[in-house]
Design a protein around this ligand. Structure first.
Ligand SMILES: CC(C)(COP(=O)([O-])OP(=O)([O-])OC[C@H]1O[C@@H](n2cnc3c(N)ncnc32)[C@H](O)[C@@H]1OP(=O)([O-])[O-])[C@@H](O)C(=O)NCCC(=O)NCCSC(=O)C[C@@](C)(O)CC(=O)[O-]
Ligand SMILES: NC(=O)C1=CN([C@@H]2O[C@H](COP(=O)(O)OP(=O)(O)OC[C@H]3O[C@@H](n4cnc5c(N)ncnc54)[C@H](OP(=O)(O)O)[C@@H]3O)[C@@H](O)[C@H]2O)C=CC1
Length: 418
């Protein structure tokens, strides 16, 4: 990677942008072709999911300006929403003066749950399970020697008694280090294989054997200092701190605050062929831990009067398995990111989530979201009104300048032009 700081990248044509990304990331011809053309063939799609009749394409863009742990990163994002990629690039740009994003993470540990029902003594059963945890772990590891050979495998066994409307149940938690895999298939296989042994230990009946998407042991964190002078001064810092305080305490605001974070996180998850539902379920359930839904990020003012943003979220993503190595564009996206491991990807997700969130909060705490967002959405509005070719930019530009962005106005402008 040469640089991620490509000012005015958005002013280039799409082929020129791709050329620049390819040169920066050392992409092969096949990778360039995968990104620049359709990427996925009907034949490949037919092997990925069921009853395939076609392809549904969404745009792939590149966010610029990311400096993460001292490394410059160009970030592929797949999203249908205008202004998301611009905002991520904008947020990352404003983090540069403070040194970019500094990240940390836990080990990539996922949980599989095994539900045990029909036991008369759930608390005693719990201890009976824990007493056999070594054997449980060994049997589970036998199911995935490849994962173990990569340094992963079971790292712990827990057991909980859960009170439900159908009485108490014992839930065994199998904690599995999934290394570079998201891990759902791996841990589900282990959980299913263990069920008879758990029934033997407990005398109960096992029903569910499945991963938990509340990946609270597989976390990534990112922190950035946004210099007051870079972001518009002390009033902007204070406005963002106030916005953060509300999202920390009010679930109605927190939901939208976190949606803004996931604008970026989900787009990168999608671009790398990872499971967007898993990452969303993880983020929102983590935000609701302890019984109250709150923001995944926090903003504070430091001693120098600068803004310090921090974020922590579960990152159940992989660089092997799932669609990550099947979808040609996802493979190319992994190369653009320069990933060495799933851990790298988790840290990038946290950084993108923070940049995305910061850009939205800055807009909200100052001019409001509509100017930046709607001026980029104006092109969609122009297309809805029937604009074609050069008309699209012309109508969109005029509407943005007038701050009147709606289909009726686009139609008026269009008939005037024609
Ligand atoms: C939209 C901007 C970036 C305009 O921002 P601006 O200040 O008009 O832009 P600028 O011309 O000064 O450019 C600044 C940088 O923005 C980027 N940029 C600027 N324009 C483009 C473009 N056309 N295409 C690509 N990138 C663009 C680009 O990185 C550029 O610097 P450079 O790297 O070139 O030196 C700004 O207003 C912004 O960040 N707004 C936030 C928009 C946003 O968050 N959108 C998400 C959708 S709204 C939503 O779903 C979430 C929300 C808001 O509800 C969450 C919440 O409530 O918390
Ligand atoms: N609730 C949920 O979130 C659910 C999600 N899913 C889906 O599961 C899929 C992800 O499952 P996942 O288990 O990651 O995928 P895979 O089973 O496809 O890949 C994981 C396997 O890759 C092999 N592997 C090779 N190299 C490595 C390495 N460096 N690190 C770790 N493993 C390695 C391992 O063994 P080996 O080679 O022996 O396979 C491992 O078991 C996604 O498609 C997701 O959508 C499925 C069910 C539920």
């Amino acid at each position: 990677m040469k640089t991620s700081r490509i000012s005015g990248f958005y002013k280039l044509s799409a082929p020129d942008r791709l050329k620049m990304v390819a040169e920066n990331s050392g992409l092969s011809e096949a990778e360039v072709e995968a990104i620049g053309s359709l990427g996925l063939s009907l034949d490949q799609a037919d092997k990925m999911v069921e009853n395939v009749v076609g392809l549904f394409q969404i745009p792939l863009g590149i966010a610029t300006n990311f400096l993460i742990d001292g490394r410059e990163v160009l970030v592929p994002m797949a999203t249908e929403e205008p202004s998301v990629i611009a905002a991520a690039s904008n947020g990352a740009r404003m983090a540069l003066a403070g040194g970019g994003f500094v990240t940390s993470s836990t080990e990539p540990v996922m949980r599989a749950l095994i539900q045990v029902t029909g036991v008369d003594d759930p608390w005693g059963t719990r201890l009976a399970i824990l007493a056999r945890s070594g054997e449980i772990a060994a049997r589970a590891n036998e199911k995935d020697p490849m994962l173990v050979s990569h340094g992963g495998g079971v790292v712990g066994v827990e057991a909980e008694v859960v009170e439900t409307r159908k009485g108490p149940m014992v839930v065994v938690h199998l904690l599995v280090d999934c290394r570079d895999a998201m891990g759902a298939n791996a841990v589900n296989t282990m959980a299913e294989a263990l069920a008879p042994f758990i029934e033997e230990i407990t005398g109960g009946r096992v029903y569910l054997r499945i991963i938990s998407n509340l990946a609270d042991l597989r976390l990534a964190r990112a922190r950035a200092v946004f210099k007051a002078e870079e972001i518009g001064g002390a009033e902007v810092v204070d406005g963002i701190v106030l916005a953060s305080a509300l999202a920390e305490s009010d679930p109605y605001r927190a939901a939208t605050h976190n949606k803004g974070i996931m604008n970026g996180v989900t787009a990168v998850t999608m671009a790398t062929g990872n499971d967007t539902r898993a990452i969303e379920a993880g983020a929102h359930s983590y935000a609701a831990r302890g019984g109250m839904y709150r923001s995944l990020s926090v903003y504070e003012k430091n001693r120098d009067g600068d803004l310090v943003g921090s974020i922590e979220l579960p990152v159940a993503v992989g660089t092997v398995g799932g669609a990550t190595r099947v979808h040609p564009v996802a493979r190319a996206a992994v190369r653009v990111l320069g990933l060495r491991s799933a851990d790298d990807l988790g840290r990038i997700l946290a950084s993108v989530g923070l940049a995305q969130n910061f850009a939205a909060l800055r807009a909200l705490a100052t001019e409001g979201i509509q100017r930046g967002h709607m001026s980029l959405h104006a092109r969609n509005v122009a297309v809805q009104a029937g604009a074609k070719g050069d008309e699209i930019e012309a109508v969109a530009g005029k509407m943005a300048a007038e701050k009147r962005i709606n289909v009726d106005r686009a139609k008026e402008l269009l008939s005037g032009m024609r």
